[in-house]
Design a protein around this ligand. Structure first.
Ligand SMILES: CC(C)(COP(=O)(O)OP(=O)(O)OC[C@H]1O[C@@H](n2cnc3c(N)ncnc32)[C@H](O)[C@@H]1OP(=O)(O)O)[C@@H](O)C(=O)NCCC(=O)NCCS
Length: 172
């Protein structure tokens, strides 16, 4: 990522586009079973897979839509804490906010800080009319982050074979 050219900043974070140089930490994050527990995805098993996913998901999304999941980096230390951001879901034709951080950064309000900023950026800067959030109901941290980002509960749905809760925010 290029810290000199962030997509947005929060009080404690730079939020930047990912690139191929993010392969190593992206692999470490996505191969931790505790991090992946409620994501519905399998743990990554190789650095090659990490590079492939970076190319096919966030990097492709930036090109196609102008936004995607972004790296979150602590100001001051420049520690990468994980990713947060917006993703256009082709199957639902809706934009979803999501986040995934290394465990050592959980519980400090960073998920809320990053998610709020991404939602506001989507509504105010990108002009999106609606942003949704999907989570397994038992993922309390994630559903709290959605609520604290201004999204409201909008029922349950089946997504990719999982029974998930759906949250939504509409532009004014
Ligand atoms: C989801 C995630 C990003 C939350 O990040 P975070 O920085 O820990 O979140 P915050 O510190 O902003 O906390 C948000 C709220 O969740 C609560 N919370 C956090 N972890 C919790 C836990 N394990 N159990 C219950 N509540 C929890 C916090 O208390 C806070 O609520 P409060 O303000 O009412 O006290 C982080 O847990 C994570 O990366 N999880 C693994 C990946 C994942 O599951 N992503 C979402 C998939 S849908």
């Amino acid at each position: 990522m290029d810290l000199n050219n962030p997509v947005l900043e929060t009080e404690r974070l730079y939020v930047c586009r990912m690139d191929e140089a993010d392969q190593e930490w992206f692999y470490r994050l996505n191969s931790d079973p505790e991090v992946m527990r409620y994501t519905g995805e399998d743990c990554m098993t190789s650095l090659e897979q990490s590079l492939q996913v970076l190319r096919e998901r966030p990097m492709r999304d930036y090109q196609k839509y102008g936004y995607g999941r972004w790296a979150c980096v602590m100001k001051g230390s420049n520690d990468v804490i994980g990713w947060c951001g917006l993703k256009y879901l082709d199957d639902l034709e809706e934009v979803d906010v999501g986040y995934r951080f290394f465990k050592e950064f959980w519980g400090q309000g960073l998920g809320t800080e990053a998610s709020r900023a991404c939602v506001q950026y989507g509504l105010n800067e990108l002009g999106l009319e609606k942003i949704i959030g999907l989570a397994l109901e038992e993922n309390i941290a994630s559903t709290r982050v959605l609520e604290k980002s201004g999204l409201s509960y909008d029922g349950r749905m089946d997504y990719e074979g999982f029974d998930v809760v759906r949250y939504v925010i509409q532009s004014q």
